[in-house]
Design a protein around this ligand. Structure first.
Ligand code: 5RP
Length: 225
């Protein structure tokens, strides 16, 4: 296992302590998407009998959860998600994030909006001073593609279509390279308002509440101020 994977595993294990209070209750736990979230799902497997239900942010995660015998329910069937655990592509000091490298940004944003607490699990390579080195994913309605390429270029980015990829919602993704995001909330709002944009992969208005950051020195817990 690479060092980075060991760090991902360490934060996945640390996240268990944030869901443990709901073991044995009726609560539904929110589950993210990606390689770090996969490790968290694998850690949850040992506790499957204590977990009433989960809400998954992607078909991929739902499939993995079910493979472990963990119950997955539709978001429409729950009113409350006390805690949501997910990874990030980048996270800054205010716990704003870029997400969507795995293409699940829309469902992730929906589950995050419902969740009372968002626990972000990430290895130290994800922590940045300024968001934007990781290309910003934007889920779009396909008929708006060329219009949105022009609009996002006007904001200073270089949008590239994620070739051969459709989201769980049947949409395309533009990965916007070359942005230096000094105002994540402002840019999230600005891009989100362009017709044809389904979801922008900036999670600033609803960032993480807790960041579990894995480094060779251990897992550091940071909270949103
Ligand atoms: C998926 C995501 C993931 O959380 C993000 O891409 C991080 O993935 P990984 O844990 O594999 O680095 O937003 O849409």
């Amino acid at each position: 296992m690479s060092i980075q994977d060991q760090l991902k595993l360490a934060v996945a294990r640390a996240a268990l302590e944030h869901v443990r209070p709901w073991f044995g209750s009726n609560a539904a736990i929110g589950i993210g998407t990606g390689s770090t979230a996969d490790l968290f799902i694998d850690e949850l497997a040992a506790h499957r009998d204590s977990i009433a239900a989960t809400v998954a942010s992607s078909e991929r995660s739902a499939h993995r959860l079910r493979g472990h015998g963990i119950r997955v329910v539709d978001l429409n069937d729950v009113e409350d998600i006390p805690v949501y655990v997910d990874g990030a592509d980048e996270v800054d000091a205010s716990l704003a994030m870029i997400k969507g490298g795995g293409g699940a940004l829309t469902r992730e944003k929906i589950v995050a909006a419902v969740a009372r607490t968002f626990v972000c699990i990430a290895d130290a390579s994800k922590k940045v001073d300024v968001l934007g080195r990781f290309p910003l994913p934007v889920e779009i309605i396909p008929m708006a593609r060329n219009f949105l390429v022009r609009e996002l270029s006007r904001l200073g980015g270089k949008p590239r279509v994620r070739e051969g990829y459709l989201t769980d919602n049947g949409n395309q993704i533009l990965d916007v390279h070359g942005l230096m995001i000094t105002d994540p909330r402002g840019l999230e709002q600005q891009i989100g308002q362009i017709p044809g944009v389904v979801t922008v992969g900036l999670f600033a208005a609803r960032g993480a509440d807790v960041l579990l950051l894995g480094s060779p020195a251990g897992v550091q817990e940071l909270r949103r101020k």
